[in-house]
Design a protein around this ligand. Sequence first.
Ligand code: AVI
Length: 319
Amino acid sequence: MSTAVQFHDQHRDEARPSFRDEVVAGLGCSPRALSPKYFYDARGSRLFESICEQPEYYLTRTEEGILSRAADEIAAKVGPDSLMVELGSGASRKVRLLLEAMRPRRYLGMDISRDFLLHSTRRLAADYPWLEVHAAWGDFSRRLELPPGVEGRRVVAFFPGSSIGNFTPREAKAFLARLRRALPPGSGALVGVDLVKDRDILEAAYNDAAGITAAFNLNLLERMRRELGAAVEVGAFRHRAFFNAPASRIEMHLESRQSQAIVLDGQRFAFETGETLHTENSCKYSVAGFQALAARAGYRSRAVWCDDQALFSVHYLSS
Ligand code: AVI
């Protein structure tokens, strides 16, 4: 790999989280569920980038608009000589909106998708020669710590895209509390949070007309086939996404179109028609609701930026 990016394996000294074990556990439990982190193999990561460009998926362009407008204010809050840690860095696109204004000394991208992480951090290093770029490959929902030698006087964790919404509120609080403890005292967190709104807008965002979100969801079954050798008829499942208002979240499921079974390692997981595998929650908050959650995790809200239509919010938190 290029010497421009310093690579860190976050799970070098422990068993790597196993897709196989989680699939067996998830298919075996009731109701059936699997963590959304398994969406992001190389194909899933590409499909996600394509979702972000769909007209119905307002989240990405709205957050990018907010970040572009607020970049100078954010830079003033964080201060110079910083380490920017991006959680779930993916294509590292949004951070580009902040780098010129913030001019951090170091950038650390953390992601579960190794090849995608390497590709995007290499491009970042090439485009910003003044920036020291690190890539940490791992599952930050399990292991949240700075790799040895990656330090900064001021650390800001950048968690864009409303990925915090993919945790339940209880998990999100626990995650923020762990983040606060993992970083030096006084570190900040810049968190993108999707706001609760009209059901039609929310449901359209997760049911795009081009079928990209459907392909993204169904790719989980393709992964089971490709990587685990599971016997699964992908075409016999359909994508379902709907707003669960009492829980204030979009739920994504893979719904069985017929009575059938997935067979993995000789184990048979039977599905009746209409039965589902729950693949994702995407929680939606009010600004005050998210601030209250952050407070329970020990953070104080220092600033919030929203778009004109109150679709999306970006929160600056520090302890
Ligand atoms: C990454 N995450 C915030 C996206 C979301 O909106 O919950 C993942 C996604 N799932 C379907 N479309 C996009």
